[in-house]
Design a protein around this ligand. Structure first.
Ligand code: SF4
Length: 375
């Protein structure tokens, strides 16, 4: 099966001729892009809604009608009626939105190169191969769970194999459900969310193995698969791997009153050493509800951390890392790409439409609904 994302990139090349912005800087300055965007958004307000993920840059977020994490945005989109939804986020999020919206609605990703390096670490062909090896290696029932950060083809895989999708907010609940349905869990693509959540649930590290798709049989023997309770896929978020144990120790040493709060996509050592960890929504809520004067060193994407610092001026909010932990693929969505999407709608020739093939969508929705039904 062709990789959907590669397909979309190819389509992008065909649409645009190259990866250069359709509206060049020679044609329009950054400042003029913002002026035209304001005007065209108002003009098309009955037709277009703009969704913005928390990790988007400020200039893009300022044009978002709804801001949220991937699932919040997809769910909001399901209640909308406007014919065009411009999704300022990454590819898998636009796919999820396409699957949850109505047939007459079109979901547009302003820059088709805006993928997710973690999602790209698990391809459907690799999962199929791994699954066949795992089935041969054990008689116990394996339930597959995928983090929502993956291509639709992987969501379809769990839909067709009695599994479920999860988000960083509900991972614990979904993993508990999975282990009630079978003896083993296959969790992909993010090993860290899987490991951190399972450990929190009391599963020892010795019951977990990591399947690396770049090695023969994932680098595991059949006996290791059979003995394990949790099989973690070797995927990770490069942004959240930017946070280190040394940074946690240095922060606490400099100011012991600082609360270190990190996303569970961070590695095990960082998550264990931090004072708290949770999904994007959890981090936002925790900071919002804290009393004035609270201090947080946050281990997640820098655009969100900076925005929280600007929003809660009565609190100290800094990044845990001294380096810019920026999601470069999210950052690909720039205002001039957003403007190009608006202009194309105005010209009645919409571009960069994300469409999930019907059969894949059907199986994926099965998995999405299963997740929503799990109490
Ligand atoms: S922050 Fe990480 S998981 Fe999220 S979109 Fe970027 S690369 Fe993917």
């Amino acid at each position: 099966m062709l990789d959907l994302f590669e397909n979309q990139n190819q389509q992008n090349d065909e649409n645009n001729g190259s990866h250069k912005p359709i509206i060049s800087e020679e044609e329009l300055s950054d400042a003029d892009v913002l002026v035209e965007l304001k005007k065209i958004k108002e003009e098309l307000k009955d037709q277009v809604v703009v969704l913005g993920h928390h990790y988007q840059q400020d200039d893009v977020i300022s044009f978002a009608d709804i801001i949220g994490d991937s699932l919040q945005l997809a769910r909001e989109a399901a209640n909308l009626d406007k014919p065009f939804i411009i999704f300022c986020g990454v590819h898998f999020m636009a796919e999820t939105t396409d699957m949850l919206t109505k047939a007459h609605q079109k979901v547009i990703l302003p820059d088709l190169r805006a993928g997710c390096s973690m999602a790209d670490m698990a391809k459907r062909s690799e999962i199929d191969k791994a699954w066949a090896f795992m089935q041969k290696s054990t008689k116990e029932k394996i339930i597959p769970v995928t983090y929502i950060n993956c291509a639709a083809t992987l969501k379809a895989f769990v839909g067709d194999n009695d599994g479920s999708i999860c988000t960083s907010s509900n991972a614990e609940k979904i993993i508990k459900w999975a282990l009630d349905q079978g003896e083993k869990l296959l969790f992909f693509p993010d090993q860290h969310l899987g490991r951190n959540t399972c450990f929190k649930m009391g599963i020892p590290l010795s019951d977990m193995v990591v399947y690396n798709p770049n090695m023969l049989n994932g680098g595991l023997t059949a006996a290791q698969i059979d003995k394990s309770k949790v099989i973690l896929w070797y995927g990770f978020c490069s942004v959240h791997q930017g946070f280190t144990l040394d940074q946690v120790h240095a922060t606490k040493k400099k100011d012991p009153t600082m609360t270190v709060i990190v996303h569970p996509e961070c590695n095990f050592e960082v998550t264990q050493a931090a004072d708290d960890n949770g999904s994007t929504s959890y981090i936002i809520e925790k900071i919002a509800k804290s009393p004035a004067g609270s201090k947080f060193a946050v281990g997640t994407e820098i655009n969100l951390v900076n925005r929280l610092a600007q929003e809660f001026l009565d609190k100290t909010i800094v990044s845990l890392s001294p380096y810019q932990c920026l999601c470069t693929t999210m950052y690909r969505v720039r205002p001039r790409w957003l403007l190009a999407s608006f202009r194309a709608i105005k010209d009645n020739k919409p571009i960069n439409i994300i469409t999930v093939p019907e059969d894949i969508a059907r199986s994926s929705i099965k998995a999405l609904n299963r997740m929503l039904d799990i109490k």
